[in-house]
Write a protein that binds this ligand. Structure first.
Ligand code: ATP
Ligand code: MG
Length: 203
């Protein structure tokens, strides 16, 4: 793949990937004319380790690869898995900047993730290097104009996407209790979940 001019980054645990992630990625790409959007699979998500068991990174990457297969402009990225250890956006952004100097990096986050930005590692470094793209997500309202808003000081774009009340957490519960994932997760990714026996799937 050649050097992109405008690149989107959607980082996540993707345990599993679902249509909420994909709809956010394709709509951010469209609204902001991004050449492509990388779905960056966290190796060890620092916010989640020790909180709950996380599926093996390679399995989560395989799900994202299956989900974006044939989807124009979306790409699965194993950059954080290749780096190993805890996954910090600051390291990923620095690595991509070194790989593609001059590429405009657009960091896409859902409203819930945006609300937690102040706790991120080396936040100032990230802030100086990216355009922040916030997409709406049911359950969190975020007001960029509030005096204490975590979005203050960022080069900011708000992108409105169809509200999809869906989370990986709820999907893991669905699988464990035998309820269907159909249409919430792309079919090729569902097949991977079955083949790898993820989330306590029984068939
Ligand atoms: P979990 O329940 O395990 O936290 P999740 O569904 O929140 O999973 P993540 O991998 O944590 O998925 O999310 C990665 C990124 O995608 C975050 O920026 C998050 O805000 C965003 N995102 C996830 N689901 C949605 C959704 N339904 N609508 C908009 N953005 C979403
Ligand atoms: Mg989450």
């Amino acid at each position: 793949m050649g050097k992109p001019r405008r690149l989107g980054l959607l980082g996540g645990t993707f345990d599993p990937v679902h249509v909420g992630h994909l709809v956010a990625a394709v709509n951010a790409r469209h609204e902001l004319s991004l050449d492509r959007v990388l779905l960056i699979v966290a190796n060890e998500p620092w916010q989640k380790v020790g909180m709950r068991p996380v599926s093996p990174a390679r399995d989560r990457l395989a799900l994202v690869e299956a989900a974006v297969e044939g989807v124009e402009g979306l790409e699965a990225s194993g950059i954080e898995i290749e780096r190993g250890g805890l996954s910090y956006t600051a390291d990923t952004v620095a690595e991509l900047e070194a790989r593609w100097p001059g590429t405009e990096l657009h960091l896409i986050v859902g409203a819930d993730a945006a609300a937690g930005l102040k706790g991120w590692e080396r936040l100032e470094e990230v802030r100086s290097r990216v355009v922040l793209v916030v997409v709406n997500r049911p359950g969190t309202t975020i007001d960029a104009s509030a005096p204490d808003s975590p979005l203050k000081g960022w080069d900011l774009r708000m992108v409105e996407v169809p509200a999809l009340e869906i989370s990986s957490t709820e999907l893991r519960d669905r699988v464990a209790s035998g309820r269907p994932l159909d249409f919430l997760v792309p079919m090729p990714a569902i097949r991977q979940i079955r083949e790898h026996g993820l989330y306590g799937v029984t068939r």
